[in-house]
Design a protein around this ligand. Structure first.
Ligand code: ADP
Length: 241
């Protein structure tokens, strides 16, 4: 599903946090929103998800205005930095959750849900941990469960907010390679927020560099790296986390 962000602005009280943002994301593309803390990345992601409303401009999925469509009807999978798994549920039940709360006419029966969970567990390579609880998993494993849960409802796009931010460097590296592979296999549209230049450069098809509610540059990782569009981009890309 393509995403069209058309002159979107957002205020919190009287503070403007997104300033007339326009960006087209193609179906199947993986885009990184990259910028320092407070630049508006999460707010933009939450607007795409339908968790936050913009004050002006248009948001379209596949050419259709979705401004008034509720988050749960947008066919969007969401993964947060801090897992947000249900602690009292096993891995399998966490993954099944999104399916069990679908409207009745879309909800698979119990056997179909179990089958699907088995497939998803294989996809995220956690079949052996189906009956564990989140407290018995490592951070990387929890985040793979969160991804499987987001994918269970077959979203047309996946939105990720600093998905690997809480993990150590080695696990981060593994997971981002794995996410890219999953993206290529399943061909969904992905938008992920990061403040980590290396992560954006390594994983994304295109990088959107943000600063203070503005888009400073949009380009492939090579373009942003070789031809920074402003002093801000040049300096930000040169910083090491
Ligand atoms: P980033 O993801 O780049 O760190 P955010 O989108 O979280 O940036 O925040 C952008 C700006 O909006 C920040 O100045 C932040 O303090 C402000 N902001 C974010 N959410 C809220 C909110 N719910 N109420 C008021 N201000 C907010």
């Amino acid at each position: 599903m393509s995403i069209e962000i058309d002159h979107i602005s957002k205020y919190f009280d009287s503070t403007k946090v997104l300033n007339d943002i326009s960006l087209d994301i193609s179906t199947g593309e993986m885009v990184a929103l990259l910028g320092p803390s407070g630049s508006g990345k999460t707010t933009l992601l939450r607007i795409i998800a339908g968790l936050e409303h913009h004050n002006s401009g248009y948001l379209r999925f596949g050419g259709r205005d979705v401004s008034h469509i509720h988050a749960r009807d947008r066919k969007v999978g969401f993964v947060f930095q801090h897992y947000a798994l249900f602690r009292h549920m096993t891995v399998a039940d966490n993954i099944a959750f999104g399916l069990t709360v679908l409207p009745r006419r879309e909800r698979p029966n119990g056997a179909a849900i179990r089958q699907k969970v088995v497939r998803l567990l294989e996809m995220v390579q956690l079949g052996h941990l189906a009956n564990r609880y989140p407290s018995q998993l490592s951070g990387g494993q929890k985040q793979r469960v969160a991804l499987a849960r987001a994918l269970a409802v077959e979203p047309e796009m996946l939105l990720l907010d600093e998905p690997f931010g809480a993990l150590d460097a080695q696990v981060r590296k593994e997971l981002r390679r794995w996410l890219r592979q999953l993206h290529d296999d399943l061909k969904f549209t992905s938008v992920f927020v990061t403040h980590d230049q290396e992560e954006a450069m390594e994983v994304a098809d295109r990088v959107v560099v943000m600063s203070q509610g503005n888009i400073e540059q949009v380009g492939t990782p090579a373009e942003v790296w070789r031809e920074p569009a402003s002093r801000f981009v040049l300096e930000f890309m040169g910083e090491v986390n």
